[in-house]
Design a binder for this molecule. Structure first.
Ligand SMILES: *Cc1c(COP(=O)(O)O)cnc(C)c1O
Length: 395
């Protein structure tokens, strides 16, 4: 098949829900991908933060393919040693008490939303204490509830009616937060670095203040770690950098290293809120996905590994700051946003692809989420392409 044939078939057979770059990828190794014509691309995307160990990592592929040969799915009617291994590992690494396994970030957030509402219902009764506070410019997913949770007016269109019971406050603005807090709120759901919203980190003071208010009012503090989690920011989870103890965190993207798996983690106080029959999912905790997740959790969580993520992130940010045409660089660890001088991130990203570099966009920024184990050789190759594209652009 040629690229044109694939493109035509996509147009004919898939719903047109994505704006795609002009390339069809067919294989990869480490942080290098190859297209249908064999052309090489350095990968600064990890498939949007998913391939934590890059493409076709040896240990990961072995774990996944061996599990596929053993047993691929059993449903949640039966016990699974792989589910328990993943949950045990997540709990021991974080101190959370219980895990619900699902298949995506949106689903992990759905679980958190249901858990928060039932916690409040069980404790206070059906008195309308059920609202979830989220932040303007956030992103929490594409299902009806998580889309409503997403604090972006532009996304609250077409699909009316949206779900009741969500209110929004400005990020990094405690007055705005206080102005929407009242007795109807049962939980706060936030990202610590707003990823899709343009790689916007929250201030530590703001987050600490939120935590204090939540504790005082028995409002659950729930952190959406779908993008920031799995060592992306230099800690297994980003909240560990903010010196806070959330009640709930959600995880997905990098967790499976390339297979669909999500998780919702809660503290001991919340461990009995969701019970048999109140929540579930057919595929959740699938053995093959769990085998992938277990390999990831065994490989990306040592102090030594986390230190390297920080160092590589620092190295990349320093080099980016030296590029003419780069106005601002922000983010944490290897979650990096780049504001361009000419507000032309989309054009730069397209030119990067044409020159053999895969890079993401977030709002009007360039965004980088390289595989956590990317080598300096690949980083340098990728940055050289980016430097060249900026140089050409300014000519
Ligand atoms: C990607 C993302 C989601 C949605 O995850 P899906 O797996 O696409 O459902 C939710 N929250 C955040 C912060 C994300 O970055």
């Amino acid at each position: 098949m040629t690229f044109e044939e694939i493109k035509n078939s996509e147009k004919e057979n898939l719903m047109h829900t994505y704006g795609r770059f002009e390339v069809a990828l067919v294989n990869g190794k480490g942080s290098t991908a190859y297209d249908i014509n064999g052309k090489e691309y350095i990968d600064f995307t990890s498939g949007i933060g998913v391939n934590a160990l890059g493409y076709s990592d040896e240990g990961w592929s072995k774990a996944v393919s061996e599990q596929a040969k053993k047993i691929q799915h059993i449903s949640n009617l039966y016990y699974s040693p792989l589910q328990t291994a993943v949950a045990e590992k997540l709990c021991s690494l974080t101190g959370f008490s219980k895990v619900f396994l699902c298949n995506s970030g949106a689903e992990a957030n759905e679980c958190a939303i249901k858990l928060a509402r039932k916690y409040s219902f069980d404790k206070y009764g059906n008195i309308g204490r059920n609202k979830i506070l989220t932040l303007v410019n956030s992103f929490h997913g594409r299902t009806m509830a998580t889309l409503t949770a997403t604090g972006q007016d532009a996304m609250h269109n077409y699909f009316f009616p949206f779900i009741d019971g969500f209110v929004y406050a400005q990020a990094n603005n405690i007055d705005s937060f206080n102005s929407v807090i009242d007795d109807s709120i049962c939980a706060v759901l936030i990202e610590l670095v707003q990823g899709e919203g343009g790689v916007q980190p929250l201030n530590k003071d703001f987050v600490k203040s939120i935590e204090k208010i939540c504790k005082e009012k028995d409002i659950l503090l729930m952190i959406d770690e779908v993008q920031t989690g799995i060592s992306r920011t230099g800690k297994l989870y980003c909240y560990q950098k903010f010196d806070i103890q959330p009640d709930v965190i959600t995880s997905a993207k990098g967790l499976g290293g390339g297979l669909p798996i999500g998780a919702c983690l809660c503290t001991k106080d919340l461990e009995n809120v969701l019970t048999a029959g109140t929540h579930g999912t057919t595929f959740g905790g699938n053995p093959v996905a769990c085998a992938g997740a277990l390999e990831i959790l065994n490989r990306v969580t040592s102090e030594e590994f986390l230190k390297k993520v920080e160092e590589k992130g620092e190295y990349i940010r320093n080099r980016l700051l030296k590029i003419k045409g780069v106005k601002e660089v922000r983010g944490m660890g290897m979650m990096i946003g780049i504001v361009t001088e000419n507000d032309n991130a989309k054009k730069i990203a397209n030119d990067c692809v044409a020159n053999g570099l895969l890079i993401l966009l977030a709002k009007n920024l360039l965004r980088m989420l390289p595989p956590l184990n990317i080598t300096y050789e690949e980083i340098n190759k990728g940055l050289e392409i980016l430097e060249k594209v900026f140089e050409e652009d300014l000519k």
